[in-house]
Design a binder for this molecule. Structure first.
Ligand code: NAP
Length: 253
């Protein structure tokens, strides 16, 4: 089914990694893209790459966990680019530690960015989507939602996002809005590189060792998640809602 050409998408945490790949892919799919990250200048690489490929994008600096900033970012994108029809809640951080060493700040930061941020961004865009009678929301969960040593905060946030996703699907379905989650497994990004660095392992070796544990015998790449997001936000995916799609090179749920 061809995509309408004028849809506007918002991707958070899109300066790099999975978010950048999703932004590029949605632009290639014909959407104009609001590229949100903490630092507006850091979004330049993504915005320039979209422009070089013939697309249109706007860089917006905002902390998605900050209510006023999240709402202002959505309003600015609606005004300068177009009213959002698609939102991909991708911004994320890690503060890994075993429970007995995990600080309250580690807990609060991770819950704030992933859960509060997705809530604030979704609440802001739904005003436009319900008015238009169309919308697509995708939340980035993780296989860590199933439990992962050293990630009590992150696992709780990513499991919470799954419940959040299903509830938005129920509440917003009658307005033509779908909401789904992608739960990636191991994806090669700065985030997984930071995990390797934290445990003192060479990233290339870490990646190769992890790949051996994955049924398809390779690591995931940001483009694998971008491809999945492209499907979930497409016009034709309107009957897919409230789902959690594990994109992990094998079954993980
Ligand atoms: P990444 O390379 O660390 O990129 C995350 C981006 O989010 C960064 O640009 C970061 O900005 C931005 N960000 C952080 N806090 C933010 C905030 N409060 N407001 C706006 N932007 C913020 O991570 P990634 O690997 O691409 O992961 C993207 C998403 O996929 C995350 O939700 C992650 O949990 C999820 N995921 C990743 C994997 C994986 O294996 N990589 C697996 C499962 C799920 P700064 O650079 O300024 O911090």
């Amino acid at each position: 089914m061809p995509e309408p050409t004028q849809r506007t998408a918002i991707v958070t945490g899109a300066a790099r990694g999975i978010g950048a790949a999703v932004a590029l892919r949605l632009a290639a799919d014909g959407m104009q893209v609001g590229v949100i990250d903490l630092d507006e200048a850091a979004c330049a690489g993504t915005v320039d790459a979209i422009a070089r490929a013939g697309g249109r994008a706007l860089a917006v600096g905002a902390d998605v966990a900050d209510e006023a900033a999240a709402e202002a970012a959505v309003e600015r994108i609606a005004t300068q680019l177009g009213e959002p029809a698609v939102l991909v809640n991708n911004a994320g951080v890690l503060r890994d530690n075993l429970l007995f060493k995990m600080s309250v700040d580690d807990w609060d930061t991770v819950l704030a960015v992933h859960l509060r941020g997705s809530f604030l961004m979704s609440r802001a865009v739904q005003a436009y989507m319900t008015k238009a009678g169309y919308g697509r929301i995708v939340n980035l969960s993780s296989t860590s939602a199933l439990g992962n040593r050293g990630q009590a905060n992150y696992a709780a946030a990513k499991a919470g996002l799954q419940g959040f996703t299903k509830t938005l699907a129920i509440e917003l379905g009658k307005f033509g809005i779908t909401c789904n989650a992608i739960a990636p497994g191991f994806i090669v990004t700065d985030m997984t590189a930071a995990t390797a660095a934290r445990i003192g392992v060479d990233f290339e070796q870490f990646t190769q060792a992890t790949a051996k544990t994955i049924p398809v015998q390779r690591p995931g790449y940001p483009e694998d998640i971008a491809h999945t997001a492209s499907f979930l936000v497409s016009e034709g995916a309107g009957f897919v809602s409230g789902q959690v799609l594990y994109v992990a090179g094998g079954p993980r749920d």
